[in-house]
Write a protein that binds this ligand. Sequence first.
Ligand SMILES: Cc1cc2nc3c(=O)[nH]c(=O)nc-3n(C[C@H](O)[C@H](O)[C@H](O)COP(=O)(O)O)c2cc1C
Length: 277
Amino acid sequence: MGSATGTDLVAAVSAAGGLGIMGCAGRDPSWILEAARGIRAATDRPFGLNLLLFEVQEEAMRAVLEARPRVFSTGWPWPDQDLRGYFSRAHDAGSLVVHMVSSVSEARRAAAAGADAIVAQGTEGGGHVGLMTTMALVPQVVRAVAPVPVLAAGGIATGAGLAAALALGAEGALLGTRFLATPEAPVAAGFKQAVLDSDGHDTMLTEIPDIARGRVWPGAWSRVVRNRLIEAWAGREGDLRARRSEAGPAMQKAFREGDAGGAPLFIGQEAGQAASD
Ligand SMILES: Cc1cc2nc3c(=O)[nH]c(=O)nc-3n(C[C@H](O)[C@H](O)[C@H](O)COP(=O)(O)O)c2cc1C
């Protein structure tokens, strides 16, 4: 989960019997290698390292492979990127490849390129998502890529959600939002409170955070809390493009300062279920 993951959270998930995955997108090689060392110091259980393929840097890719994680986790490639090239380099380094998709066609493409497992992520999820729901997407991906195993993601926060994912044909589930308000998550207190306060109705899909950062994210919308930042720009995306040089840094500053109104809060529709556990 990008900046919402840290060594404590990844190690805690792995030590508890899951597979913690560290978001490494945008990180430099020394940060990636240090993160892998930190996780290994805390647990001897397997873990994953994640890169976003549309903006992947060769140095980051090399550092991830040098760290030899059990799982190389990927997602969001450009249509013309050579997935097989990335996946076979990971296999040569001894890693399994788990690739996230938000459509059936992307799932077929990743399976054909040699992915060891596919994450089918529905639009309910926090962060960057597509438009298909988990309920509709998972069984179609399962059928399209069999016998490649599928993990369901998006909107899952409880054991009941995991059971539903298994009933849809998934072999397991990948959770993000559920971990945002945990003590181990390196997330500002105000952001954690927003997760606990949410009933999902206060989230929406938007391109505002990416426009403000000047990022073109192929095929994705962001699911975020409709806070002061989003209210200010919703329906005014053209203006935002024009005023990116002031809006982008203001948004980043709000994020750094833990201002839950001015920062993009990436959370899924199931956020409130974290509070009821
Ligand atoms: C704050 C946040 C940051 C995320 N960053 C990444 C990322 O860097 N790479 C990635 O593959 N997925 C990322 N995701 C998506 C998660 O891996 C996962 O698919 C998603 O959270 C599942 O939906 P859920 O939030 O409903 O559990 C992020 C999700 C959140 C909430």
